[in-house]
Every structure is written in C-alpha cells, then in structure tokens.
Ligand binder design. Structure first.
Ligand code: NDP
Length: 503
C-alpha cells in the first residue's frame, strides 16, 4: 500500500522513491552487498521503500574507485578552474532539482516542507559555489632565505598545498543533503576524491546527489555514495588503509570510537560532534525576541540540531516573564505531516530517536524536575512526534541538563550574577554553540569571550553561512566546517627546497 505522504509528492520525487535504490560507486548505480532494509516516513511510521546496505566489500570497491580516480582522471592535478566548473554545474543542477530534493528530504528525514524547500533552493548551491571559489585559490608560498646547510650554492624554498587523497566522509541523519554537501564541496574543491557514507536511516537523497554529480561532469570514482551502518560500512571506511582522511559528523560517542580506531593507522580525523548549547538571557535583553528565537532554536529540526539551544539561563528579575513567553511561543508551533505546507514542527527521525527522547523526558520527571509541555495537539497516527518540553527546577547532574538529547527539550533556570551564568553555561563537556541576549555592549563582549564554545551568537540564533567557520571545542569536536578552515584541512603542505649552483 502506498504511504499516505508518498501520494502527495510530485511524479519525479515519487518515481525516485519507488524505484530500486542503489549505491553509487565509480560513476554507476551498484546493488549493495548487505541486507535490504526499509526506509520509513517518520511522519506516519510507514515504510516508503527499501535499499541494500553497503557492506565491507562495497566500501572496498568505493575506496578503490576513489583511489583510481585520483590518478585516472587526474582530478587532483587538473586546473582548479576545471574542478570549480564541475562544482558550479553541480550547484546549478541541485538548484534545478531543489523541489524534488526537498520532497525527498521531507519524506526521508521528516523536515517540514516549509523549511526543506527554501533550504534546498539556497544552502547546498551556495556552499558549492563558495567552495568552487577556493579551487583556484589553494596556493603555496615561497621562502626566500632558507638556511643552506653545508651545501654550497643557494636555496629557494617553497610550499605546495596538495589534496590529502581519498576522503572518507561519514554523516548523520539530520539534514542529510546539507550534511553531504558540507563534506563533499570542500574536499572536491581541493582535488580529493570522496567516499561518502550517509546514515542508513536517511539513505535516499545522497543517491540522488550521486546521479546529479555525473551530470555535472565529475569523473567516475571522484564521488562515491555508500549508505550503510556505522558498525559495518562506517567502520570499514575508518579502517581502510587507502583512506587518507576521515571527516565525521555525528555523536561524541561515535567520534571517540573513530579516534580509537585510527590510533594504529594515525589517519587524520576531523570531528563535528554533539552540543548542549547554552543561552544567557540578561534582564536588559529584548525579551520577546529572545523567547521567540530561542523557541525556534530549541525546536529547529524538532531539536535534532547540534546547535539547538537546550539550556537557557535567565537573569532572575525577568525569569518568570521569559518562561511564559517561551511557553507561549512553543504553543504557536504547528505540528503536522512533513509534506503539509502549514507544518512548522515535524516528527523525530525514527522510532529509536523517539524512544530515546521520551526516555530523557521521563528521566527528568523521575529525577524531580518540573516539566512544562507546550500546549500543542500532535497529529494522530504512528508518526514519531514529541511535545516540546521545558524543564525547570533541575539539578546540574540530571541527564536532561548534562546530555545531548537531540529532541525538543530545553531547560530554563534563573541566574543572579554574570559570573554565575558563565560558570553554569561552561559546565558541560560540550562546547559547540552558545547564544547571549543583552542590550549592553559591555556584557555582550564580556560574555562572547567568556564562553568556552566554538561559535557565539549575540542577540540572535547565528548565521550559518559557507564563509562562517562552525565547529566545537572540548568534546564537541576537532576542526571547523565552513570558511577557509573547512577547505584547507583537506590539503597538506609539502615543503620543497631547490638548491642552485651546487658544486
Ligand atoms: P551517530 O554518531 O550514531 O552516527 C553518525 C554517523 O556515523 C552515522 O552515519 C553512523 O552510522 C556512523 N557511525 C556510528 N558509529 C560509527 C563508527 N564506530 N564508525 C564509523 N561510523 C560510525 O549519530 P546519529 O546518526 O545518531 O546523529 C545524531 C548525532 O549526531 C547527535 O547526537 C549529534 O550529537 C550529532 N550531530 C552533530 C552535528 C555537529 O555538527 N556537531 C550535526 C549533526 C549531528 P549509523 O547511522 O549506521 O549508526
């Protein structure tokens, strides 16, 4: 029986979802070696299609194709202009197919179509075009006065910025298209080839990207897509001796496991891991804006966002009014099916994620915190919807305070002094994102420098732009996505000394 939502997508999206799904290796669709598993629409809990998991032998084939493509197509050595041309064509194609991609993303991940349409129309293409610009700007340096040692003659020193080689990219299920592009664009711009492993929970959109990449002119093997489990496909990619770099986005737990795995090979790893973002709201802030934007942040992607604000510390004189305003804003969300254009809050991605979030909410209640549910009516049926929940009267060691829940759950507590607010905000193993709300320039500057995180938003929810570095400190990761740093870490420096007039 066709799922309720699948009947609503256009012919192109339905034809794609209903066809037999494949891995994308060496420029062609390939049947995966693993078992076929169902892909579920999280809005209804109904299976919409299935696909074969990538197994270890598929990872071996994809890495071999990526390695061969480095030489066969000379991808690493062709002019940056030619690589940029492929990235620009890829950006144009994604824009052309944005509507289909948005429908697939909403069906597969549960992102409301009111969000996935504008996102697919802008974000991936912007990111690809930004990185395309870097393809012609990866330059080495010259060193005019190197020490010549014991040799006669002079020495000219120089550096080359070279692509690292085959990149293994592992991404989670939240916003799979944007996650894929964030990894693919800079690596390809540098002349690397890529084996991308999407989560097996959201495998569909990356396959579509693989096919568009061929139309964009990327040579076979430059981009390979192998959705599979972390335990088998992810592990095989991390352990593969021909993978020169792993770039990973996901949980801190899996990030640590990957670091352990590469301790023997010393394969370099970039990690975008979890967060538990604090927000400090001072009494002199624009409270209505703060409550509105924090309500949107903590329920963005249904709370399945590493930058979602999940701990709010409010200056005591405005605590009660902020809390009421936050509750009121959460009550204005429109939960619904992901393809309904009126929906502003969709379901969680899977039954497992639903159970995980519900168990955190139950643990918070059992530990004695006060739970305030948003006044919302959830869609009936088997979808994975969770009512956004505010916790107050928490203790610092409660799991709702310490753990990344990845659902629409936020704690709100009062503070008396800025020192106290900074201390509680920093009392987390995570250090990804924070926001501060104040009308005082002095307080804004003090807070932005005092918070132990990689990104601070002042009086807003931040700008997530291809040019703005994003990443964590502490257990939120190593390295940065976006900006120059996200590009250069797919390169390595080679130093060359040329001796002249040697006798
Ligand atoms: P996981 O860490 O479980 O998985 C992320 C990806 O890694 C998936 O493709 C997964 O495969 C794979 N994987 C898991 N274990 C291993 C392993 N040992 N070796 C290789 N690959 C592995 O996270 P989720 O997919 O559940 O995503 C949610 C988490 O991601 C959140 O908890 C959040 O912390 C984090 N996240 C961080 C972001 C950031 O930018 N900092 C952004 C988005 C998410 P499989 O699906 O089969 O498990």
């Amino acid at each position: 029986m066709m799922s309720q939502q699948l009947q609503q997508v256009d012919d192109q999206a339905r034809a794609f979802v209903e066809r037999k799904h494949k891995l994308w290796i060496d420029g062609a669709g390939v049947d995966g070696a693993g078992e076929r598993i169902a892909v579920t629409d999280p809005s209804t809990g109904a299976a919409i299609t299935d696909f074969a998991l990538a197994g270890k032998q598929d990872i071996d084939a994809a890495v071999a194709a990526a390695k061969a493509a480095l030489k066969r197509s000379d991808w690493a050595r062709i002019s940056g202009h030619d690589r940029a041309a492929c990235l620009y064509r890829f950006a144009d194609l994604i824009t052309e197919h944005a509507s289909t991609l948005a429908q697939i993303e909403s069906l597969d991940f549960g992102m409301p179509i009111s969000m996935s349409r504008p996102m697919m129309g802008a974000v991936p293409a912007k990111h690809l075009r930004y990185c395309a610009g870097w393809a012609t700007r990866l330059e080495g340096t010259t060193k005019t006065t190197p020490f010549a040692g014991t040799e006669s003659g002079g020495v000219h020193g120089m550096t080359f910025r070279e692509p690292v080689g085959v990149v293994g990219a592992i991404i989670p299920w939240n916003s799979p298209i944007v996650m894929a592009i964030i990894k693919l664009a800079p690596a390809l711009a540098c002349g690397c080839t890529v084996v991308l492993k999407p989560s097996e929970i959201t495998p569909l959109s990356a396959e579509y990207l693989g096919e568009l990449s061929a139309q964009a002119g990327f040579p076979p093997g430059v981009m390979n897509i192998v959705p599979g489990t972390g335990a088998e496909a992810g592990q095989a990619l991390v352990d593969h001796p021909d993978v020169a770099k792993i770039t990973f986005t996901g949980s801190t737990r899996a990030g640590k496991a990957i670091v352990s795995s590469v301790s023997a090979s010393l394969t370099p790893v970039a990690l975008e891991l979890g967060g538990k973002a604090p927000s400090i709201v001072c009494a002199d802030a624009k409270l209505d804006a703060a409550a509105r934007i924090i309500a949107s942040s903590c329920t963005s992607l249904q709370g399945q966002s590493c930058a979602a604000v999940t701990r709010v510390y409010v200056e005591r004189p405005v605590y009660e009014s902020f809390l009421k305003s936050l509750q009121r804003n959460l009550g204005q969300l429109k939960p619904g099916l992901s393809l309904d254009t009126a929906t502003t809050m969709g379901p969680l991605v899977s039954k497992a994620q639903y159970d995980r979030v519900q168990s955190y909410i139950a643990a918070g209640r059992a530990a004695g915190a006060t739970a305030l549910e948003a006044d919302l009516t959830l869609p009936e049926g088997e979808g994975f919807y969770v009512v956004p929940t505010i916790f107050t009267h928490t203790a610092p060691d409660m799991s709702v305070v310490t753990d990344e829940i990845f659902g629409p759950v936020v704690i709100v507590e009062a503070f008396d002094t800025l020192d106290e607010a900074i201390t509680v905000a920093n009392a987390s193993p995570y250090g990804l994102f924070a926001s501060v709300w104040t009308g005082s320039l002095d307080k804004a500057h003090l807070l932005m420098r005092s918070l132990d995180v990689g990104y601070v938003a002042v009086n807003g929810s931040g700008a997530f732009d291809a040019a703005m570095p994003f990443g964590g400190v502490k257990q939120s990761g190593w390295g940065r996505e976006f900006g120059e740093e996200s590009v250069t870490h797919y390169t390595r420096i080679k130093t060359v000394a040329v001796t002249y007039n040697v006798e």
